[in-house]
Ligand binder design. Structure first.
Ligand SMILES: Cc1ncc(COP(=O)(O)O)c(C=O)c1O
Length: 389
């Protein structure tokens, strides 16, 4: 008797299909639309950084890096954390370089989550969290953020915490809304989970993309929360090189040791010449991260100043390189997936519907997400097209 392979496989991730990012980027390419959907810059990272990769490849830095990451890069990460957040972390026992923030999140989840554990995620949330939890045998408990400002709904969060809660996933600055978690909210979270055996993953990949003079409230600067946290970041976002898929995770020594057990057998190490190049660049240009807020705020404002004259309504993003826009005044008849497709096909601007970041999207959600990590002419052209909608 022959058995069909699909009957034998019994997928462990039956709900995972092609992501909306792939779908919208394909539609953008087919329609010749300006692609403001997927979150990546349409400009290159710093020239000195790119040149350093070539130099290190030619210098023979092409074999495995240490499992925890190149010491020179971990040293730069520790120095940056001291400068930005006033925390002295130990580069050997607390900093791990990973092939992307996604791998760091995956390994942190594998380190902590046991079969039957619950993980609280705040919707809308980044799409890698749930599959990572499911592969570890855990279950996500989805708590929606409060609209319209995507703040934490403290009552709903408190109600979701229970004896099986193992982990809470935080993301600030928040994709897709751009909202920030404040220091006072971190204090409130610390009070909520005090006395429970609950850990945190703080996804802070947009840590340096915070605008209007506001400071990012990092879990790294919060003594009590850091003691039970993995704090994740991404060189891809900070240095405009998302394709390098290089990130890092910072955690107290015992948590780092557990994460490294997983990381060792998922990828073992990050890419060697990229780590060398990043270490050189961070040492030579420590001011890069301080210049990022003004760099991206100018892009946000260029896009938003023009969009303000259109029929879209919005509040300017406080962080990240994403801008949400409400289209209720334009096509209230369309749900956000249909709206994103319509905008791409009919008006030549691709965006992301935000319902895909929810387990249960609010019924009347009329928001789409535009990525403003683009050159000025791309943003001008896109905003002109949206003005005409
Ligand atoms: C919230 C969030 N977390 C993690 C990542 C993944 O970062 P990386 O490309 O370094 O894996 C992204 C990328 O879009 C993101 O938006």
């Amino acid at each position: 008797m022959s058995v069909k392979p699909e009957a034998m496989i019994q997928s462990k991730l039956p709900n995972v299909g092609t992501t909306i990012f792939t779908t919208m980027s394909q539609l953008a390419a087919q329609s010749g639309a300006i692609n403001l959907s997927q979150g990546f810059p349409d400009f290159d990272g710093p020239q000195a950084l790119r040149e350093a990769v070539g130099r290190h490849v030619m210098a023979g830095h092409n074999q495995y890096a240490p499992m925890t990451g190149l010491p020179a890069l971990r040293e730069q990460v520790a120095a940056k954390i001291a400068r930005s957040y006033g925390r002295q972390v130990d580069m050997d026992s607390e900093v791990t370089i990973t092939p992307g923030a996604t791998e760091a999140i995956f390994c942190a989840v594998q380190a902590l989550v046991r079969p039957g554990d619950e993980v609280i995620v705040l919707d809308p949330c980044y799409d890698s969290y749930e599959p990572s939890v499911e592969l570890a045998g855990g279950r996500c408990v989805h708590v929606p953020l409060a609209l319209p400002d995507f703040s934490i709904d403290w009552q709903r969060l408190a109600d979701a915490v229970g004896p099986r809660t193992r982990l809470i996933m935080l993301n600030s600055p928040h994709n897709p809304s751009g909202a920030l978690i404040s220091r006072a909210e971190l204090d409130q979270l610390a009070a909520l989970i005090r006395g429970f055996d609950i850990y945190l993953i703080a996804d802070e990949v947009y840590e340096h993309l915070v605008y209007d003079g506001v400071c990012h409230a990092s879990v790294l600067a919060h003594e009590e929360l850091y003691a039970r946290a993995y704090v994740v970041s991404s060189f891809g976002k900070t240095y405009h090189v998302t394709g390098w898929k290089t990130g890092y995770v910072v955690a107290p020594p015992l948590l780092s040791a557990e994460l490294r057990k997983a990381h060792q057998f998922v990828t073992f190490c990050g890419i060697t010449p990229l780590q060398w190049a990043l270490a050189d660049y961070m040492a030579a240009y420590p001011e890069h991260v301080d210049e990022l807020p003004a760099f991206y705020q100018a892009k946000r404002d260029l896009f938003c100043d023009r969009l303000a004259e259109s029929r879209f309504t919005f509040t300017r993003a406080a962080g990240t390189y994403f801008q949400l826009a409400d289209y209720s005044a334009i096509r209230p008849d369309l749900d956000d997936v249909a709206m994103a497709e319509w905008l791409t096909r009919e008006h030549g601007v691709a965006c992301i519907p935000i319902s895909v970041f929810y387990q249960q999207p609010p019924a009347d959600l009329r928001l789409v997400r535009f990525c403003f990590a683009k050159r000025e002419e791309t943003l001008r052209q896109a905003a002109d097209r949206l003005y005409g909608v």
